[in-house]
Design a protein. Structure first.
Length: 283
């Protein structure tokens, strides 16, 4: 009797422990599942991080430009050295202006050789002014590239449609769309090529300035003063001679003309006097 009772109590106790363990496991699993979902939610990246991810996974596209003014002792030597440097680094001048005491260039330097070029250029003489600017055009570059590729794929699709067109209306409609897409491709492609050139070639606006000319003040000596006096006296005599010649050339003929008019109007002929007499007789 004792053994049966003990066995029954033991079985009940075992069942209760099992149920308690399952309940505990279920609660723990539920908590674990809930915690797992929360962690998963925390790991979801917001859409705003897209640009950061894009920048980290693509090569940066930069436009570099600078302004440089250098004063050198001999302009011709500086130009010769510049030509050698341009040849060395595969650089070309898109613009050149020559004046009396300066030379101005707009240089296009391969971007990967820009730093080497500018460092050697700065050794030519005294730097009077220098500034540099770098513009990040990464987003613009990949946007143009994506738009261009999309339109190229789209025009291929329309070209396939053209081969399957069943009537004139469909052919004209597809050809019109192809022409529109081609115009957009030319426009976007032109922008893309210009941007590519600015990225591939850095721009340097270079001014070579010649030496500053200094004129020393020199006090006039007695001989210099006599020379200036004689020069002034010579100018005075020249002026008088010119006036006399003007009188001879223009004055005498003018006097003769005036005398002739007086002789005709008031002299022996006396036209004025005769007209007056006729008017008086009529009255």
């Amino acid at each position: 009797m004792f053994n049966k009772t003990t066995l029954i109590i033991f079985l009940l106790f075992t069942i209760l422990i099992g149920c308690s363990k399952k309940s505990t496991d279920y609660i723990a699993a539920s908590q674990s599942k809930s915690q797992s979902i929360q962690i998963s939610d925390d790991k979801i990246e917001p859409i705003d991080n897209h640009n950061q991810f894009f920048q980290e996974t693509t090569a940066h596209k930069l436009i570099t430009s600078s302004d440089l003014k250098i004063r050198i002792e001999n302009l011709e030597d500086g130009v010769n050295k510049l030509n050698e440097l341009m040849q060395k680094y595969n650089t070309y001048a898109s613009s050149k202006n020559i004046s009396e005491n300066s030379r101005r260039y707009i240089l296009k330097v391969p971007t990967d050789k820009y730093n080497f070029f500018i460092n050697e250029l700065m050794k030519f003489g005294e730097i009077t002014d220098y500034s540099e600017m770098t513009e990040d055009v990464t987003m613009k570059y990949y946007d143009l590239e994506s738009r261009l590729n999309t339109k190229k794929e789209l025009i291929k699709t329309y070209q396939n449609y053209l081969s399957k067109a069943k009537n004139i209306e469909e052919i004209l409609s597809v050809e019109s769309k192809i022409a529109e897409l081609q115009s957009e491709i030319d426009n976007v492609g032109g922008q893309f090529r210009v941007l590519n050139n600015l990225i591939d070639y850095a721009t340097i606006r270079l001014d070579f300035l010649g030496p500053i000319s200094i004129t020393n003040y020199k006090k006039d000596t007695i001989i210099d003063k006599i020379k200036k006096l004689m020069t002034g006296f010579g100018d005075y005599i020249s002026t008088i001679i010119i006036i006399l010649l003007a009188i001879i050339v223009y004055g005498i003929p003018a006097i003769v003309i005036l005398l002739l008019l007086y002789w005709i109007l008031f002299g022996k002929i006396g036209l004025v006097k005769k007209v007056y007499e006729l008017v008086a007789e009529k009255k």
